[in-house]
Design a protein around this ligand. Structure first.
Ligand SMILES: [Zn+2]
Length: 282
């Protein structure tokens, strides 16, 4: 009995230390662990406390894209937002990170990949959030957001919030930066099956991009003339925020974006499914 107690006395501290160590590893590498679970182990659902889940729903109800979804679509959207919040590394720079901030950033990503099976934008490893625009040495000017080739995304919270407050002005920082990350994911990390669709969009939009470069800002804003990457990000903002004008005036570009994102923002009554017979050669 005495021997048994001494074994226990030796084992228990080791067990406690091991558990603490495991927890520390889990806490430090939570995003990487979930990344592998979601990507390779088939984990697709997650559960938060009902209080936290209710809060997330109450915030999502302020987003037009979410409000237009069916009950099933809303559940699907919510689950993906929760997965994104949990599995990406967020860092507040001069701002206290709240669930509210994470919800809007996650919703930006979930919106653009809503109808894509592999929704996880693999390219993003770290999201740095600032209270407002910040000076970037890389860009050498103040930026509202940026996405680096190394997988770091910078976002200013005031601009993220404003993007969703005005859902039809064609300006949404979250969508813009997620579009950059989406393109980089196609190029570098995954979504290779979408490479053809992306190339089709490049072809379909070439003439319009040149017109914007020549000064035609009648629909796409001036910032889109900076380069092809910015034109893509600006186009994706317009695709989601002004789909009707986009589709009427630039049907070929609009249709190729529908095929790339596998969704039609005009079909808000049926969870944005593609139901028209789109053809990129239009
Ligand atoms: Zn940009």
């Amino acid at each position: 009995m005495k021997e048994y107690s001494s074994i226990l006395a030796a084992v228990i501290p080791v067990l406690i230390l091991s558990l603490l160590l495991l927890y520390a590893i889990y806490y430090s590498y939570m995003d990487i662990i979930y990344f592998f679970l979601f990507r390779y182990a088939g984990l697709s659902r997650i559960k938060f406390s009902s209080q936290k889940e209710n809060f997330i729903v109450s915030e999502l109800q302020k987003i037009r894209f979410y409000n237009n979804l069916s009950t099933k679509g809303k559940k699907f959207f919510l689950n993906r937002v929760m997965v994104f919040m949990l599995s990406k590394k967020f860092f507040g720079d001069g701002i206290k990170l709240s669930d509210e901030i994470k919800i809007y950033i996650a919703a930006s990503a979930v919106q653009i990949t809503f109808r894509i099976r592999r929704f996880y934008i693999d390219h993003i490893h770290l999201i740095r959030v600032f209270p407002t625009s910040v000076y970037s040495r890389l860009a050498q000017h103040l930026v509202k957001g940026l996405t680096t080739g190394a997988g770091v995304m910078w976002l200013s919270w005031d601009n993220i919030r404003e993007g969703f407050q005005f859902p039809d002005d064609g300006i949404n920082l979250g969508i813009h930066e997620m579009a950059h990350a989406f393109k980089l994911t196609i190029q570098n990390d995954g979504y290779h099956h979408l490479k053809n669709e992306f190339d089709d969009w490049m072809l379909a939009s070439q003439a319009t991009f040149m017109k914007v470069q020549e000064g035609d800002y009648s629909f796409f804003r001036k910032y889109g003339s900076t380069n092809r990457d910015e034109f893509f990000a600006v186009s994706v903002e317009c695709f989601f925020e002004q789909p009707e004008i986009f589709a009427n005036n630039y049907p070929s570009e609009y249709n190729s974006l529908c095929l790339l994102f596998n969704q039609d923002p005009l079909n808000s009554s049926n969870d944005y499914r593609i139901e028209r017979n789109y053809n990129t050669s239009l």
